[in-house]
Design a protein around this ligand. Structure first.
Ligand code: G3H
Ligand code: 13P
Ligand code: ZN
Length: 336
């Protein structure tokens, strides 16, 4: 049993309370490898932002759960080495699917877990989430629950269509489960293909496809029912067109990849949305940089020569999100 406090990590409670009050959101970036982790920590340190390092079930399978935990422990020391005296880093399980997975993360030093029972019948979601909360709170680990289903694929949780969160359920869910934050469905979805071109209109100024807006009415209704309660948005990549263009220019084939416009996320971040999940954009930034090196320097075979530029490109992306989209720059509790 390892407690996250001994690793220098923090849970989400205080940072979410500050984010809601301050009208910004905490970035929750997924990581699967060292370069992503380094880029996230460098971006967070340089912008003096709190940050959530999140690990999916797939990431645990890919990289090994123990190694990821030690990497997060290393992340705290790395942040200090980079000059941040009081880093605020959360190690969070993304889309936990069972009580056992959540328990295993809590026992190995995670400071926050998500239990995703959104695909279950309501009462089963309540019971599973409450079971995780009851265990997690013994160790002061915070828990994210989910109500409503995002379109697309959530690890093994799949849904053909959105089922927007029903605002009538949120008080009962939050009260009975005791969860610390709630992920809701308002039109975001996972991956790089969030909308079909036929759902979008063309912006005459840029010629780009503009997707329909998020369902802010659902968010408003949730906030009215649960004033001041931390809300989470999954599936919040914006799918930067320049990264998609670079990938396609250098041999990739991403067709009609469309994300959530950043202005929509900026608007959400000013409300009770205090955690915004971004994974696909980092994958795009990494892939674009690697493809560019491979195309321009075909003789290169030192991984540092293509993973280095990939890391730089991801760092640039993370900083942009923090500064221009989420607004969490300079929001560490102690800035010295
Ligand atoms: O929500 C999904 C995240 O982007 C994690 O994706 O399960 O492929 O690691 P993954
Ligand atoms: P994206 O696929 O939009 O980056 O969403 C990531 C996410 O929600 C992780 O839980
Ligand atoms: Zn997600």
């Amino acid at each position: 049993m390892v407690n996250y406090k001994d690793l220098g990590l923090v849970n989400t409670r205080e940072m979410f309370a500050r984010a809601i009050k301050g009208g910004y959101a905490i970035p929750a970036f997924n990581f699967n490898n060292m370069e992503q982790m380094q880029a996230i920590i460098k971006a967070a340190v340089e912008t003096k932002s709190p940050v959530i390092l999140q690990v999916s079930k797939g990431a645990r399978q890919y990289a090994n759960a123990t190694l990821l935990r030690y990497m997060a422990q290393g992340a705290v020391e790395y942040a200090k080495e980079l000059g941040c005296k009081h880093p605020e880093i959360v190690l969070h399980l993304d889309h936990g699917d069972t009580f056992e997975t959540c328990k295993s993360c809590i026992d190995s030093g995670f400071s926050s877990v998500m239990i995703d029972g959104s695909h279950l019948p309501y009462e089963e979601n309540v019971a599973l989430t409450k079971k995780v909360v009851d265990y997690a709170h013994q160790f002061d680990v915070t828990v994210e629950g989910e109500l409503g289903v995002l379109a697309g694929v959530e690890d093994e949780v799949s849904a053909e269509h959105h089922t927007y969160t029903n605002p009538e359920e949120v008080i009962d869910f939050a009260t009975r489960t005791g969860c610390d934050s709630l992920a809701i469905s308002i039109g975001t979805s996972h991956g790089a293909y969030k909308f079909k071109p036929e759902q979008c209109h063309v912006d005459p100024a840029t010629g780009r496809l503009v997707p329909p807006p998020l369902e802010f009415a659902v968010l408003d209704a949730v906030m009215e029912k649960l004033p001041g309660f931390p809300i989470v948005l999954h599936g919040s990549s914006s799918v930067p067109q320049e990264e998609v263009d670079t990938i396609n220019q250098f041999g990739g084939k991403l067709e009609a990849a469309i994300g959530i416009p950043e202005e929509q996320l900026r608007k959400a971040a000013k409300s009770a949305v205090c955690k915004i999940n971004i994974d696909s954009d980092s994958r795009l930034a990494m892939t674009a940089a690697v493809r560019k090196v491979f195309a321009e320097k075909p003789a290169e075979f030192d991984p540092r020569k293509y993973l280095g530029p990939a890391r730089d490109n991801m760092e640039k992306l993370y900083k942009h999100k923090i500064v221009n989209v989420l607004g969490s720059e300079n929001k560490l509790a102690q800035l010295d």
